[in-house]
Design a protein around this ligand. Structure first.
Ligand code: ADP
Ligand code: MG
Length: 680
């Protein structure tokens, strides 16, 4: 192994302190540091005329020094070092350094310098303050790195230079030569130089293309490897003759055509002999839970256990209730297992799971802890699965035998993304909502002066016997959720909503407190639930008809859509009110889109376009490795990567050959890291 893969602490200029800062960023080796990419470049090759610079805006300028002023020692110990210069057009420019004389001393009268700094224009006089001055030996394009505490762009630049030297000594490559040739991708060392020390930005663009390709390829190959590992035969084939009639009869409603179709697709898979790998996609409120319940019932009738795993305790608790309502009367035993099930109770649940008495196990990630042993786990359903890491899914799948898998997602995923994330899944789509649902009316309300009117409107609904959610305003830095939510609720209790039963819900409450608040709201013991985005996913209280979102501009489209989906779950007309104060153009566009459509797929695609994959991925918490470079809207590259993936796997299905070793190592690392952080 080259020094590239040893601790970054061995790098010249990296002491314990900086090593710790790097570790926080996930950078452990020089190799990792090479993948820490500039956020921007400063191009010294193209200075602007001083006369065109603007007050308060940093600029690159070039000017000749005409005189040096004597240092001024001002009051308060401030030392001012000044120089006077002119640019090529003859426009004068004053240069000022404060307290540090070094650059001032080095600059010579009669010489021209290219520099970068903040410009101040006062009374037509241009000044540049504490500029960075380009040295002859410097590369004229400077990479700018994201700043974090304890780490300046200049520090990163210096450290990366040392890494590049290392890579030059022992050139390293991750992509096989034939793939590189076929898709015209530059060698890794050249790409790294072009990214970190570019000589021209065209080359940098090419280098980024190479890295983006590589990034997407790793993800694709990784997902395929996971799929490959999944067996081709299930240990739990089920009987096509299984009777679902009792289940249908126990439901308080009749299923929609879309639900029925999905259930047919699922039961067909369960009986096929191969393990099911299916994604059930349905917009919020489309009734995925009933479909999941049908699958659980079917599985139980085959003498097998099902797990339904939810991302939060609130959701798990809610699913538990729903499934019990559906299944208990028809003789199927449903149990709940979350992190807050403890002691004796936990022991009892464990025992029931182990001896098979528990037929449906609803819970959070607690369901796949090591200590949980299943009698016969035939079906694993994950709800809102993007919140689970790839590794968690894998871990659960390993609970004895090869179970069937169903993932349910309410975050509509644009096609390009779905291809990438679920390359190996079959898809069922719930494209209709239960009958009698009215479209939710959405309004964007700008200016908090209008809040009293909005609340009066809400009270009208409350008086009609409905309930309302208020998603609390953004939290000031340093404030806790607790404080924000309680303060807001207090204000409402004493003010506009006096006399109504108000409850709160936020992420810092204990599981028990959250459960209680949810139960009270569900049982209509409270009228208004003031909360943070913990209600975002899956919460189902059909009697709630108003969703008021404060500071709506801070949310992305997908998230707003999820929040809005908490209402409109009954035959009553529902309303979603997006309150805002400060509107950027982008935020305005988002709110306009929200008001104009309720199609989750359309919104997700727009979200992706508006905010880019970084944000989209970030918010989805999908559990996949993050993509730094690759654009998921680049269907051309996606196509090439899929082709390359097939070529590579055709030659070497397990990636065991030498030429794939580096790629394989990267993939394993990538997916392992996700395992730790992928869970939210
Ligand atoms: P989601 O797809 O968002 O998870 P849920 O499964 O929570 O949706 O269902 C939303 C609401 O619609 C629930 O209150 C559920 O009981 C109800 N529901 C589901 N299917 C039907 C149906 N076929 N007819 C009427 N109501 C239904
Ligand atoms: Mg749901």
């Amino acid at each position: 192994m080259t020094r590239l893969f040893q601790s970054i602490g061995n790098l010249k200029g990296v002491g314990a302190k900086r090593q710790a800062v790097y570790a926080k960023l996930g950078i452990l080796t020089p190799y990792d540091l090479l993948y820490y990419l500039p956020r921007d470049y400063r191009d010294y090759r193209d200075p602007v005329p001083v006369s065109e610079t603007e007050d308060g805006v940093p600029a690159v300028v070039r000017a000749e020094i005409v005189s040096k002023r004597k240092p001024i020692y001002a009051r308060g110990g401030l030392q001012i070092y000044g120089l006077e210069a002119v640019d090529a057009d003859g426009t004068p420019l004053s240069i000022r350094f404060f307290n540090t004389p070094y650059t001032y001393q080095a600059m010579q009268v009669g010489e021209s310098y290219t520099m970068y700094g903040k410009i101040s224009v006062k009374g037509g006089v241009h000044e540049i303050h504490v500029p960075t001055v380009l040295k002859d030996s410097d590369i004229p394009i400077e990479a700018i790195y994201p700043q974090t505490t304890g780490l300046t762009s200049a520090m990163v630049r210096t450290n990366i230079k040392a890494c590049l030297d290392m890579m030059d000594e022992a050139p390293f490559e991750t992509l096989p030569p034939d793939i590189r040739a076929k898709y015209s991708l530059m060698p890794l060392p050249r790409a790294m130089h072009a990214i970190h020390q570019p000589e021209n930005l065209e080359e940098t663009a090419e280098a980024r293309r190479r890295l983006a390709f590589e990034e997407m390829l790793r993800l694709q190959l990784g997902l395929h490897l996971l799929a490959e590992r999944a067996a081709r035969e299930t240990d739990y084939p089920m009987e096509p003759s299984t009777d679902l009639l009792p289940f249908y009869e126990s439901l308080p409603f009749s299923l929609t055509d879309a639900q029925q179709r999905a259930i047919e697709e699922i039961t067909e898979d369960l009986c096929s002999g191969a393990p099911m790998n299916r994604l059930l996609q349905g917009d919020v409120g489309s009734g995925k839970t009933a479909v999941a319940a049908a699958a659980c019932y079917f599985t139980a009738q085959n003498g097998l256990q099902s797990v339904l795993m939810a991302p939060t305790e609130i959701l798990a608790g809610q699913h538990y209730q729903t499934l019990r309502e559906f299944l208990d009367p028809i003789g199927v035993r449903v149990v709940l297992l979350t992190g807050s099930v403890k002691g004796k109770e936990k022991k009892a649940v464990y025992a029931e799971i182990a001896d098979g008495t528990a037929q449906v196990i609803v819970g959070t990630h607690a369901v796949f802890q090591k200590a949980v042993e299943y009698a016969k786990l035939g079906l694993v359903i994950t709800d809102e699965q993007h919140r689970f890491g790839v590794a968690q899914r894998a871990a659960l799948a390993e609970k004895g035998g090869v179970p069937h898998k169903l993932v349910m997602s309410a975050t509509p995923i644009p096609r390009t993304l779905a291809l990438l994330m679920y390359g190996d899944l079959q898809v069922s789509i719930l494209d209709t909502k239960p009958l009698g649902r009215l479209p939710i009316k959405t309004y964007a309300v700008a200016g908090k002066k209008l809040r009293p009117r909005v609340i009066r409107f809400m009270i009208g609904e409350l008086q009609a016997g409905r309930q309302a959610y208020i998603v609390c305003p953004a939290i000031d830095e340093g404030d806790s959720e607790l404080k924000a939510v309680t303060a807001y609720a207090e204000e409402m209790r004493r003010g506009l909503l006096a006399g109504w039963r108000i409850d709160i819900l936020h992420g810092q409450m204990t599981a028990q407190e959250k459960d209680d608040a949810m139960r009270r709201f569900r049982d209509h013991e409270s009228d208004v639930l003031i909360c943070t985005t913990v209600v975002e996913v899956g919460v189902d209280v059909p009697n709630a008809t108003v969703m008021l979102i404060e500071d709506a501009e801070r949310f992305g489209l997908s998230q707003l859509h999820q929040l809005r989906g908490r209402v409109g779950r009954s035959g009553y007309q529902s309303h979603c009110i997006l309150m805002t104060e400060h509107l950027t153009d982008e935020a305005r566009e988002r709110l306009r889109l929200m008001s104009s459509t309720s199609d989750g797929f359309e919104l997700a695609q727009k979200d992706l376009e508006l905010r880019g994959p970084g944000d989209f991925f970030g918010n989805m918490q999908h559990g996949l490795p993050p993509m730094k470079l690759a654009s998921l809207t680049d269907s051309r590259m996606l196509h090439d990567v899929q082709e390359a993936t097939e070529e590579i796997l055709a030659k070497d299905p397990q990636l065991k050959k030498d030429e794939h070793h580096a790629l394989y190592t990267d993939i394993v690392r990538l997916f392992a890291q996700q395992g730790e952080n992928g869970l939210n």
